[in-house]
Write a protein that binds this ligand. Sequence first.
Ligand code: ADP
Ligand code: ADP
Length: 226
Amino acid sequence: MSALAVRRLTKVYPGGLEALKGVDLTVEEGDFFALLGPNGAGKSTLIGIVTSLVNKTAGTVEVFGHDLDRDPEAVKACLGLVPQEFNFNLFLPVIEVVLNQAGYYGISRREARQHAERYLRQLDLWDRRDTEMRRLSGGMKRRLMIARALVHRPRLLILDEPTAGVDIEIRRSMWGFLRQLNREGTTIILTTHYLEEAESLCRNIAIINHGQVTDEAEMGAMLNRL
Ligand code: ADP
Ligand code: ADP
């Protein structure tokens, strides 16, 4: 089964800008997949549609066989999103940022606490659990957003430009974490405009430009083409 199947996906924003022009994309279960493209290519729009933050104009989206139009709740349960921007809940302590998120998925407080502790420990944030989010560095905030996205144990984790503006050491440790998560079975898709990130992490890659997927291949084959 594929983790994500996008067919002829189109998005026209109010005002007429065509951000996606009939995108076809398949990501297999267990993959670590990169969506690479320059700013304005349509990456955030595509991810926004898959995660129900943006309405599509036409086309279909399936996540683990669940159709987004027919069963949005099933799609939501399968998905975790690490957004690019996170300027909300700044006065909440770290642990509450994660537990609040669990509230959207109807999992018990006890289970939420177990998962929150596990991921905050793995991401080196457990000692900061009582710190308000606004006191964290940029790299810590980003790791917190990963823990938050994982609290309901999604089968597919999507990260929008995960390490933009993060220093090299934090980036390496985030990469290590994501590799391990993928080895444990979570399918991962990340968007990036940074080839080295895609190359270091991902097995398969699609290139998106001006709202169209222009090329898609296994990573090694793509590197020979670029
Ligand atoms: P990327 O994530 O690859 O940088 P985006 O999906 O953010 O690309 O943007 C794709 C195109 O859609 C860009 O031309 C952008 O200006 C436009 N766009 C994005 N969001 C909106 C919006 N809310 N309203 C109108 N145009 C938008
Ligand atoms: P690298 O692959 O770069 O050598 P490591 O695999 O050593 O990196 O781990 C890097 C980071 O991942 C560490 O900061 C660690 O906290 C975190 N990490 C350790 N164990 C796990 C795990 N089981 N799952 C996810 N992340 C982990």
